[in-house]
Design a protein around this ligand. Structure first.
Ligand code: FES
Length: 103
């Protein structure tokens, strides 16, 4: 399913936004002209990654500080050891769409 999120210019640059689709909570981040989407629940103890600080292509979990690569979902720092899911994002004519399938 292709879900319209909004104009890329309306997404904040320095923090994430949270999108809820079905049972999935998804964190989306604008990095320059790109947008990335990962599972919002940290794989360590489910803190919201949308509330984390963003550095380049990484988000830092606000609870215990694990960092995740926004491109792959892989953890880059302990205590998290498992990746978070990633979601495909497309931008068409300045509008961001999330490709999502209900699980
Ligand atoms: S909840 Fe994210 S590192 Fe612990």
């Amino acid at each position: 399913m292709k879900v319209e999120i909004g104009a890329v210019d309306t997404l904040p640059r320095d923090r994430g936004i949270r999108v809820t689709l079905g049972d999935d909570r998804i964190a989306m981040f604008r990095i320059g002209d790109e947008v990335f989407a990962v599972g919002d629940r940290c794989s360590h103890a489910e803190a919201s990654l949308a509330e984390g600080e963003v550095f380049d292509y990484e988000v830092e979990c606000p609870r215990h500080g694990s960092a995740f690569d926004l491109r792959t979902g892989k953890p880059l720092a302990l205590p998290a050891t498992k990746p978070v899911p990633t979601y495909e994002v497309v931008i068409e004519d300045g509008v961001v769409f999330l490709l999502w399938e209900e699980s």
